[in-house]
Write a protein that binds this ligand. Structure first.
Ligand code: V47
Length: 363
């Protein structure tokens, strides 16, 4: 794939042979400025795993509240329930919101929010129950590992028992947020009061042991260095070896506006494509890499489909996390937009549900 004089030739050989890359290989990839070579290798792996398919779904985001007592430095969400611009929706209001723009092809609600200082466990349970009862066929992908851990504390019961209660109320799988950057050198600065990396991974193990699938993420393009990406990816890969329930990895491009890092520019094109490619190459045991267009930007997401990504997320109606931090892409894409966008990259759109059952395969 790469000529024998190329400095990454030995890694390309491993990639061709389907061998696992070491942490040191990851560091060399991260240090390389040869973006086309990284793309070539990552696209090779992506084609071996998924051919020319690009998965997408029809989904809606529901953020029940943007009040969060944790106050992560990376986030533009508010920590005070009385601050201007905050919202805290009741279960009925969540259902009302979900009805807006609802069409029968919506197959997923992506539900995340803040750790509300005043809500009881029952509020979160009731949100799931109300949504499931109003939309019994819609998959509820709800609550990151951070929220699951918080809810167990609120409920004063173990994480496995808490997951049981949430499942009975309608929880179908968990999204991948809250992982940020695992390495403490960075985590202590961008999410100083958030749960530790070890706990995030431990809760993941419990979620997977319960039979639920989840996703995983990495927030990049702020104060981290490339070695922190590689550390993060290797930890995710080790967790997947142990518990096996990650479906998809989503590299999240940092949006600085209204965060403690508002002075930073956010990641550039090269960094975004490099992170997507290295993710595909290092995470040999996680099936899907998502080019989350809301955070990467539409045009870069399209190119990322040839740098290792095989999933676009979805129509994403009403996304608010990135929107709060200056993301311009956050107001949804139509199915026709998505399909044309994938075809323009020379690839084949495949409509999926949340757990990657193919709903409709385009020729
Ligand atoms: O957990 C917070 C990140 C995450 C900012 O599982 C920020 O399918 C950029 O996890 N700039 C939420 N990112 C989003 C998320 C996600 C998105 C799409 C699909 C899936 C999935 C998961 O967004 C948070 C945090 O890591 N985030 N603030 C910011 N200023």
């Amino acid at each position: 794939m790469l000529p024998s004089h190329h400095p990454l030739h030995d890694i390309a050989r491993k990639v061709e042979a389907g061998e696992r890359l070491s942490e040191d290989d990851g560091l060399r990839l991260a240090a390389s400025d040869d973006l086309p070579a990284l793309g070539l290798m990552a696209h090779f792996v992506r084609e071996r795993m998924h051919g020319d398919a690009v998965y997408y779904n029809v989904n809606r985001h529901i953020n029940p509240t943007n009040v969060c007592y944790v106050g992560c430095e990376l986030c533009a969400y508010a920590d005070d329930p009385n601050a201007p611009g905050t919202w805290s929706y009741s279960p009925e209001q969540c259902v009302e919101m979900a009805r807006k723009d609802f069409t029968p092809d919506v197959s997923e609600f992506h539900i995340v929010g803040g750790l509300h200082p005043r809500w009881k466990f029952e509020v979160y349970v009731e949100i799931l129950r109300a949504l499931k009862s109003a939309f019994p066929t819609v998959h509820l992908k709800a609550f990151t590992m951070v929220e699951i851990d918080f809810l167990a504390k609120l409920a004063k019961q173990s994480v496995p028992l808490t997951i049981e209660v949430l499942r009975a109320a309608g929880l179908d799988s968990c999204p991948g947020g809250g992982a940020e950057i695992f390495h403490p050198e960075i985590r202590d600065q961008i999410a100083s009061k958030k749960m530790s990396a070890d706990r995030w991974l431990e809760v993941t193990g419990m979620v997977h042991a319960s039979g639920l699938k989840s996703n995983c993420t990495m927030l990049f393009g702020h104060i981290e260095e490339p070695r922190h990406w590689v550390d993060h990816l290797v930890r995710l890969r080790a967790q997947q070896d142990l518990s096996g329930g990650f479906q998809c990895f989503i590299p999240l491009a940092f949006h600085p506006k209204d965060t403690k890092f508002a002075h930073l520019p956010g990641p550039d094109l090269t960094t975004k494509l490099k992170v997507v490619a290295i993710s595909r190459l290092m995470l040999d045991n996680i099936p899907h890499i998502k080019a989350y267009w809301v955070m990467l930007g539409r045009e870069i997401a399209q190119v990322a489909l040839r740098f290792g990504a095989n999933d676009l997320d979805g129509t994403v109606i009403d996304e608010r996390v990135t929107f709060a931090a200056g993301g311009a892409a956050g107001k949804g894409m139509t199915v026709d937009d998505i399909r044309a966008f994938i075809r323009a990259a020379g690839l084949r759109p495949v409509l999926r549900d949340t757990v990657y059952n193919e709903i409709e395969v385009a020729g």
